[in-house]
Design a protein around this ligand. Structure first.
Ligand code: 6CS
Ligand code: FE
Length: 300
């Protein structure tokens, strides 16, 4: 495996075949001064402390209705031109995710440029931003399997070459997220630590990891430490709510054995200064529909 980067640039080494290790975060969480914040200082303080934020009634009923209608349209998936962007559940033919929805759908393209959303994300990242990834996670009733605990940044660093922690994910529930249908769960404060994972990255790992992730996941010992210290918070929310989380906040969601889906939109904004380089795994980059690389365009 030829390594195509100078080792000392890898600030967050992971999956190097070494035992798991926990590091302190090097990067800031919020890159602007609080005085420029478009939301209250209490909310910013909460985001810095926990690594995520839930803002109820962020979107209007009309906006949510349009996003929900688009969900129904896409669910048929016949309209998705490139079938590679459709990820199916591991043990059924049900749709698990559709990637690059901001390219596939005009409705979600417009959403990705939502004025209030962008001003919040630009405040957090204090730079021009671009869409690193977008997806719809459907988590269908009965067969929507779990997303095991992980830090998105660990994967995006190792498998996509994202240098630093200067990216933010937003999640928008299109169906009610309850305790029973596999809501997003966070470990508060976990964004301040980086858990270096054991093992190596399998070749073309994404073909498996997007269905069920077994590599690049934190080890039990360090997860237990963080959970014992900080607990777990479930994002119980209604359509209309906005969830924001730092690229390094450890999250996961349980399998959905209820009869109703937990369908959420995810859009990841990355700072232009933090655009992806070569994967730190030394492997070839993942496809464009998972990680924007060829068409990095700042959102004006
Ligand atoms: O590999 C990725 O980019 C995807 N995997 C997970 C579990 N979350 C982020 C992203 O959707
Ligand atoms: Fe994730």
């Amino acid at each position: 495996m030829t390594l195509n980067y100078i080792d000392n640039k890898d600030l967050y080494p992971s999956r190097k075949g070494k035992p798991p290790k926990i590091y302190d975060r090097i990067d800031p969480v919020v890159y602007s001064n609080d005085s420029e914040s478009p939301i209250s200082s209490q909310l910013i303080k909460k985001y810095k402390k926990n690594g995520y934020l839930k803002i109820d009634n962020f979107f209007s009923p009309e906006e949510i209705t349009s996003y929900q209608k688009e969900l129904e349209y896409l669910l048929k998936a016949d309209y998705v031109v490139d079938k590679e962007k459709i990820i199916r559940e591991p043990n059924s033919h049900e749709i698990r995710s559709i990637f690059q929805i901001h390219q596939i759908s005009k409705v979600y393209k417009k959403l990705s440029k939502h004025k209030d959303l962008l001003s919040l994300v630009k405040f957090l990242l204090n730079d021009n931003i671009y869409i690193f990834q977008s997806r719809l996670n459907f988590k269908p009733g009965f067969r929507g399997k779990e997303f095991y605990w992980h830090s998105d940044f660990e994967t995006w660093h190792v498998e996509d070459g994202m240098p630093s922690m200067r990216a933010v994910s937003i999640s928008i529930p299109l169906t009610t997220n309850t305790y029973e249908n596999g809501p997003l769960m966070f470990i508060p404060g976990s964004h301040k630590k980086f858990i270096s994972c054991q093992g190596f990255t399998p070749i073309n790992h994404f073909r498996r990891s997007l269905k069920q992730q077994n590599f690049g996941v934190p080890d039990d010992l360090h997860l237990s430490e963080l959970i014992n210290q900080n607990g777990i918070e479930s994002m119980i929310c209604e359509p209309g709510c906005l969830i924001l989380f730092d690229c390094n906040t450890i999250h996961g969601s349980n399998s959905n054995i209820s009869s109703f889906s937990r369908s959420n939109i995810f859009i990841v904004y990355n700072s232009i200064k933090n655009k992806v380089s070569q994967p730190y795994s030394g492997q070839s980059p993942r496809p464009e529909y998972i990680c924007t690389r060829k068409k990095i365009e700042p959102i004006i």
